[in-house]
Design a protein around this ligand. Structure first.
Ligand code: CP
Length: 314
């Protein structure tokens, strides 16, 4: 088993297969803690974790905060509206000030792709990417993989179809990097205007046919359609998108395997990319994903903070 030596978790593109497997196996050992009457262990007692969210979030922010608290770390939330960035302070200056308060880890969500890589070079606390622009959302990719592995036993040769706005999706990118490294076969499906031109170079199959993407899949991962893309003219109307690419029970019964599993990172646009009977029905793993997010984020916090602490002692 590989050891974790990285200060940060910025994306799945740069991780080895062994590092991803280490996170998933560590998460499996942490999952049981959340089922105890007292859901807390002292593993990260004395550590301080800052949650810096410059974009809205329900799942990721609360999941990281719960994960940190279950490991007994202290947490602090900072949002755009409550920070001195409103007064013109740069993000680098903000991070240097947070660093001066001897925090151990900064969890960052920001609209700029790659911002974590830049800031990581400027400060010593671990930086964990909680979603950067259209680039990566590594813990979402990891919890999706954990959820598939839990149901299928392995990711090797599992067929996963990712459906929706692939071009603008950090979830799609993290899933593709991670799933491919663990041996899954990935298909991406969406309107031509929402599929990146060279996406096949990542080793995925590409289709604009939803029936084709459904037919081959053990698992389908449905992405949120971002309404702002409609204003940019990238697809004609939400109604037309729902007709062509919306995942409905009728389409699953007609085209998909009987035991197909359906995932969605949330938030859902019910009735557009997914119908309520699918989201809430027997195919759905959507709330399993949310539950597993806690264990995965506990694992990521534990591994990155241990690696950073080991470095300090040397
Ligand atoms: N899946 C996800 O990132 O959800 P939030 O935007 O609510 O964090």
């Amino acid at each position: 088993m590989s050891e974790w030596t990285r200060k940060d978790l910025l994306g799945l593109e740069e991780l080895s297969t062994e590092e991803i497997e280490l996170i998933l196996s560590t998460a499996a050992s942490f999952k049981e803690i959340s089922t105890r009457a007292v859901k807390k262990v002292p593993t990260l007692r004395g550590k301080t974790i800052v949650l810096f969210f410059f974009e809205p979030s329900t799942r990721t922010r609360s999941s990281f905060e719960i994960a940190a608290k279950r490991l007994s770390a202290d947490t602090l939330n900072i949002t755009t509206s409550s920070s001195a960035i409103q007064k013109g302070e740069t993000l680098k200056d903000t991070f240097k000030n947070i660093e001066a308060m001897q925090v151990d880890c900064i969890i960052l969500r920001h609209s700029s792709s790659g911002i974590g890589h830049t800031l990581s070079k400027c400060v010593t606390p671990s930086i964990i990417n909680a979603g950067d622009g259209c680039h990566e959302h590594p813990t979402q990719g990891l919890l999706d993989m954990f959820t598939i592995k839990e149901k299928k036993g392995s990711l090797n040769n599992v067929k996963v179809s990712i459906i929706g706005d692939i071009t603008h999706s950090r979830v799609a990118r993290s899933n593709i990097w991670g799933l491919k490294k663990l041996g899954a076969q990935v298909t991406v499906c969406g309107p031509r205007t929402l599929l990146p031109r060279d996406i096949d170079k990542l080793g995925v199959k590409v289709t604009t046919s939803l029936p084709e993407a459904l037919k081959s899949a053990d698992v389908i991962n449905v992405l949120r359609i971002q309404r702002e893309r409609q204003e940019a003219g990238l697809f004609p109307s939400l109604r037309e998108y729902a007709i062509r690419f919306g995942v409905t029970r009728e389409k699953l019964e007609r085209f998909a395997r009987k035991d197909v599993l359906v995932m969605h990172p949330g938030p859902l646009n019910r009735g557009i990319e997914i119908t309520p009977d699918v989201a809430d029905g027997s195919y759905s793993l959507i709330l399993d994903q949310v539950t597993n997010g806690i264990a995965v984020r506990m694992a990521v916090l534990y591994l990155t903070l241990q690696a950073n602490a080991d470095g300090e002692e040397e």
